[in-house]
Write a protein that binds this ligand. Structure first.
Ligand code: 1GP
Length: 252
């Protein structure tokens, strides 16, 4: 049995205290040495509760040192959210150890996990066992294309629920309901509500969330961690970050 580690405990305690958490996703695939530091610091100073780092591709060999630099500046958990085993590198507080449970592609059900798991253990990195569920969101997303899996249809929330039940029974503690980066339509609230009713897993959701109201509706449906990424690539607005945080922190 995988014990609950320090970072997961801290996240769970913050959720109890604030109702839900605001996560900002940072793209690791950058040639600008200071990009991660700048984006992470801006988010941390304006209400984010945790930073996720990940994407479909990563060709940045300097990421470990950039993460060390970021961790010196911010006190938030910095968590790896990898697109595959090759992205497992040192420096993070923990990894979302994901399984793409809505897919039927063995690469993302077991193969990447076997390759990545050895690295996680050898780095002595904390892992948060996480079910990853891809939900249909209008146009095709990079995750759908890269993983070669079909998303759950947006109008079939019971289908994501049955995957969540299976994931909980398999021992996963977090579930990430994903519309895909830059999605046209975020994960519909019904998907969140069904998983909330059927399981006790911590629900993360993201993909296509561009305004605080969309975020707070998902918190009301039962999500505990709201992820935004693409929005901040263009918008560097401290006020908007604060508005997001306020709409997500329902317990103040
Ligand atoms: C992608 O859910 C995240 O994994 C964030 O999506 O980039 O659309 O905010 P966006």
């Amino acid at each position: 049995m995988l014990r609950i580690g320090k970072t997961e405990t801290a996240l769970n305690e913050s959720i109890q205290k604030r109702g839900a958490l605001f996560a900002v996703l940072l793209d690791p695939d950058t040639s600008d040495d200071l990009a991660l530091l700048r984006a992470g610091t801006l988010a941390a100073e304006n209400g984010a509760d945790l930073l996720l780092v990940g994407g479909s591709f990563m060709g940045n060999f300097k990421l470990p040192s950039q993460v060390v630099a970021l961790k010196k500046e911010v006190s938030l958990p910095v968590i790896l959210f990898p697109g595959g085993a090759s992205q497992v590198v040192p420096g993070f507080d923990a990894i979302l150890f994901t399984t793409l449970v809505t897919g039927r592609n063995p690469n993302y059900l077991i193969d990447e996990q076997v390759r990545g798991g050895v690295l996680v253990r050898s780095l002595n990195m904390e892992a948060i066992p996480t079910a990853y569920e891809l939900i249909g969101s209008g146009k095709r997303t990079a995750v759908e294309y890269i993983s070669g899996t079909m998303p759950v249809p947006a109008d079939k929330p019971k289908l994501s629920m049955v995957h969540s039940i299976a994931a909980e029974l398999m021992g996963m503690r977090y579930v990430y309901l994903e519309a895909g980066s830059g999605a046209e339509i975020p994960v519909p609230v019904e998907h969140i509500a069904y998983t909330r009713k059927a399981t006790q897993m911590t629900i993360i959701t993201g993909g296509g969330i561009r305004d605080p109201e969309t975020a707070s509706m998902r918190v009301a449906a039962g999500a505990e961690i709201i992820v935004t990424g693409t929005l901040w690539e263009k918008v560097k607005d401290p006020l908007l970050l604060k508005e997001f945080a306020a709409s997500i922190h329902v317990k103040g």
